[in-house]
Design a protein around this ligand. Structure first.
Ligand SMILES: [Zn+2]
Ligand SMILES: [Zn+2]
Ligand SMILES: [Zn+2]
Length: 121
């Protein structure tokens, strides 16, 4: 956890100096050079301590989760998305298979109507 991104869930390896930082601001404060941008960044999940790599140019919502432990990490400052002008989006059709969830129908127990007619004598 650093002072810039309080909810930092990953450490990011700077491609320029091969050091680990919690965010780009940490790199800027401790290093005199600018943080190099790479299309593929290396992360280490702070939760499971495992490293994984992500293509930050195609960062999708599902990529915000650690592939090892599904820890949700939020990248705020590092994504060079804004600097890159995307020309021509190719529409990706996400064909998801519909899950055939069969709900088991419990044999509903028939409720016996007990006609207890109270005799009022
Ligand atoms: Zn660096
Ligand atoms: Zn920081
Ligand atoms: Zn993890």
């Amino acid at each position: 956890m650093c002072k810039h991104i309080l909810n930092a869930q990953v450490s990011i390896r700077a491609p320029c100096c091969k050091q680990w930082f919690d965010c780009a601001e940490c790199h800027a404060e401790t290093q005199s050079h600018r943080l190099a941008k790479a299309t593929e960044m290396t992360f280490i999940c702070k939760k499971c301590k495992k490293a994984f790599r992500k293509d930050v140019t195609e960062f999708e919502e599902s990529d915000e989760y650690c592939p090892h432990c599904d820890n949700h990490f939020v990248l705020d400052a590092l994504t060079p998305k804004a600097a890159l002008t995307v020309e021509g989006e190719d529409p990706r059709v996400d064909a998801r298979m519909l899950k055939d969830e069969r709900t088991k129908i419990d044999p509903s127990r028939s409720i016996y109507d007990q006609d207890t007619s109270d005799r009022l004598g």
